[in-house]
Design a protein around this ligand. Structure first.
Ligand SMILES: Nc1ncnc2c1ncn2[C@@H]1O[C@H](COP(=O)(O)OP(=O)(O)OP(=O)(O)O)[C@@H](O)[C@H]1O
Length: 717
């Protein structure tokens, strides 16, 4: 017999603390239930379900905050779409949205995250066997398709925020179209898919519809094994017609109304300096407007950090007793746990001001935000296949981005959005953003498509085709990296290994080669450090000091070894200090160490995080985790073998000629090789300012190129 022990002090009644927590909990649940009921989408639940039942593809357009992302999956769950253990998948372009929306929906459902509701993003999966509503990034669903090409566990897939037209969204749309047709029922009835009679009809009807012409890559004779897949394409600012045409005249529905109004304000004249204008607006709101937090959209980490500093400087000039401001940044390169800090309430007596990139533009609800400041700019990728030059440029937002930004206010009450440009400028903006697939290097996309079994990339059913020149350039690059065979298939094992690594193909190849060159430990650090924004920073007023500090790490061989030295110095520091002090103190000491060495602690932390993750991948793949020790010659040879596409030779006047593109470039002043100017270099980044500069540069021997990359240089010569 088991004896139950009463815990000491247990009286059978709830203690006051517990009682309070229960009351709080039930009040919160009531509030959430109330909020859900008042969402515009709540009144059309029945109609929406009917539409999904009637249509295999549905396009849903509804105002920001109307409840699409959080409510529709719950409606579908309630209507039985998860019967037989099936899952409803919802993709988001950004991980922060997938994570926070899943948390909210789990709370709305009153379940623990990871049970009925979960999320899965790269390197972070909270789902379990009982997860039925799964939020994820679009990139993650693409990776799932590598393992399960028919996406068989899903009954419904919702592509949310499709207007963003990220590369992943566009590829996913093509993939889902194919999966759906491969899984579609042959005739419009709901009898068993395994009936022999229907199989024959199925074969015929599919043959007729798709035979020979489709770019489909899944075998059609598999369809009988899988239940049909429902597809929903969703956004607040979608050009429904483009999507409807792409999906063969799919039905679109519009959900009217929003929960709370957002007043839009414009400036009378264009602003010369939008950072200064943002700063003035932040303080005007802070000093003159009622309670509520502020969300400001800037273009990148550098701008955010400089505005953060300016706000903090100006705060010291405010009169005594003014309300305080808490500044919280959010951008892609911040580690996830720091990104999530923006969702925490400000300390009592503080107003929160969030400085964000477009990472906070769609899907997210940041509690407390009442004011949005939108200077109207965004940093966007741009690509020139002729020169194979990818760059990030600051461009005006599109109307749809402006709409999304204003939609971050008015989610818990009425809001205000301050657009820092005149209304006449708004009218001139493009309706929507140019799809990313048309302005980036496609090597990564093509590698993924090849891994999914798509052989004919030029014939793939993209919603908007990237340029032929860009496709061919990327195919050539993958071929010279050894990822493709002569007949353009994924090579074995290199191509397959490269597709498994969640990195840019050149970096994946560098890791595979480093495993053979016995310098994988060094290359893992290199790739991690190259994957973040600048590690070293040199404020204008402290250039000389910064140069001296960097000298402790710098290597005459170039920036790559310099980065390794800095990384290893941070390792030594942390190892030594963790023996001496506890975690909170180390954090502080680490930030101080970084500051003294003119290293961005945020970037270095992010690099350390990436390093941990890719090292795990390398281990899983069975790569040879060796270090070359002091033999840096071996490591530099590996750099040449990996980055040969970015080799350049010195010209008589001191500039360099990039061998692959023929472009004339210069070494960036931030490089340790800026003054030395070696005869032959490899580089990782080409930036265009007033001239073309290369960054992250190392010295190599010219002869290594023909020796280590004969497939490219022997032919060229
Ligand atoms: N984390 C949260 N905390 C508080 N309220 C939330 C949260 N997430 C959602 N809500 C509430 O639910 C509403 C609907 O959010 P939801 O994300 O479903 O809207 P949406 O129509 O998908 O918007 P968008 O097009 O901007 O993504 C929000 O306006 C807000 O009132």
């Amino acid at each position: 017999m088991v004896q139950r022990n009463h815990r000491p002090g247990y009286t059978g009644k709830l203690s006051n603390g517990k009682q309070n927590r229960r009351t709080e909990f039930s009040a919160r649940r009531q509030k959430i239930a109330q909020q859900r009921k008042s969402l515009p989408i709540a009144s059309v639940e029945k109609r929406l379900i009917e539409e999904v039942q009637k249509n295999d593809i549905l396009i849903i357009v509804g105002e920001t905050g109307s409840g699409k992302t959080t409510q529709i999956p719950q409606f579908l769950f309630g209507a039985g779409f998860c019967r037989d253990g099936k899952v409803i998948g919802i993709t988001q372009p950004r991980r922060v949205a997938a994570v926070t929306v899943a948390k909210r929906v789990a709370e709305e459902c009153g379940v623990e995250l990871g049970q009925k509701v979960g999320y899965s993003v790269r390197f972070d999966d909270t789902t379990s066997g009982s997860t039925r509503i799964k939020y994820m990034t679009d990139g993650l669903l693409l990776r799932e398709a590598l393992l399960d090409p028919y996406l068989s566990k899903y009954s419904v897939i919702i592509v949310d925020e499709a207007h963003e037209r990220t590369v992943h969204t566009d590829v996913l749309l093509g993939l889902l179209k194919n999966v759906q047709s491969a899984r579609s029922k042959p005739v419009a009835d709901d009898q068993s898919l395994n009936s022999g009679r229907k199989n024959v009809i199925a074969g015929m009807s599919l043959e007729k519809e798709y035979g020979g012409q489709s770019s489909g890559f899944l075998k059609k004779d598999h369809h009988e094994k899988y239940a049909p897949l429902k597809l929903i394409i969703m956004s607040a600012s979608l050009d429904a017609r483009t999507f409807s045409e792409y999906f063969g005249g799919a039905k679109s529905v519009h959900i009217q109304g929003r929960q709370f109004p957002v007043d839009i304000f414009y400036t009378c004249h264009p602003e010369e300096d939008y950072l200064d204008a943002s700063l003035i607006t932040i303080f005007q709101i802070h000093l003159k407007e009622g309670p509520g937090d502020i969300l400001v959209f800037l273009t990148g980490q550098e701008e955010i950090e400089s505005v953060e500093k300016l706000i903090n400087d100006r705060l010291t000039q405010l009169p005594e007793g003014s309300q305080k401001l808490q500044v919280v940044p959010i951008f892609a390169a911040l580690p996830s746990e720091q990104q999530l800090l923006v969702f925490a309430p400000a300390p009592s007596g503080f107003r929160k001001v969030i400085l964000a990139t477009n990472i906070a533009e769609t899907s997210v609800t940041i509690p407390g935000i009442k004011y949005v400041i939108d200077p109207g700019f965004v940093k966007a990728r741009s690509y020139d296949p002729g020169k194979d030059m990818e760059s990030l440029i600051i461009v005006p937002t599109s109307k749809s981005q402006a709409l999304q930004r204003s939609g971050r206010a008015g989610r818990e009450g009425p809001g205000k959005c301050f657009r820092l440009y005149p209304e006449s400028e708004f009218e001139k903006l493009e309706d929507s953003t140019k799809p990313e697939i048309k302005r980036c290097n496609l090597s990564n996309v093509i590698l993924q498509l090849k891994a999914l079994g798509v052989d004919d990339i030029l014939g793939f059913d993209f919603i908007e085709k990237p340029s032929r020149a860009a496709i061919i350039k990327s195919l050539e690059q993958l071929f010279s990296l050894g990822a493709l065979t002569d007949d353009c298939r994924l090579s074995d094992p290199v191509g397959h290994q490269m597709a498994r690594l969640p990195l840019d193909p050149v970096y994946s190849k560098a890791l595979i080669l480093a495993s053979q060159f016995n310098c994988l430990e060094e290359m893992l650090i290199t790739v991690a450090m190259l994957s973040v924004e600048s590690i070293f920073y040199a404020p204008r007023e402290k250039q000389a000091e910064a140069r001296t500090a960097i000298k402790c790490f710098s290597s005459p061989e170039g920036d790559h070894i310099t980065l390794i030295n800095a990384y290893r110095a941070s390792n030594d520091f942390l190892e030594k200090r963790s023996a001496e002090m506890g975690k909170p103190k180390i954090e502080k000491a680490f930030r101080k160490w970084c500051k003294e060495n003119f290293i961005s602690s945020r970037s270095l932390k992010h690099a350390r995080d990436i390093h941990r993750q890719i090292r795990g991948h390398a281990e899983q793949m069975g790569l040879n985790l060796a270090s070359c020790g002091d033999d840096m010659l071996q490591y530099r040879r590996c750099l040449a073998a990996s980055f040969f596409l970015n080799a350049a030779v010195k010209q008589p006047e001191g500039t360099y000629r990039a061998l692959a593109s023929g472009l004339v470039v210069q070494i960036h002043p931030s490089s340790v090789l800026f003054r030395q100017k070696p005869e032959c270099i490899i580089f990782n980044e080409l930036v265009q300012t007033n001239s073309k500069y290369v960054r992250n540069v190392s010295r190599i021997d010219y002869l290594w190129l023909t020796e280590l990359a004969p497939q490219y240089y022997a032919v060229k010569n």
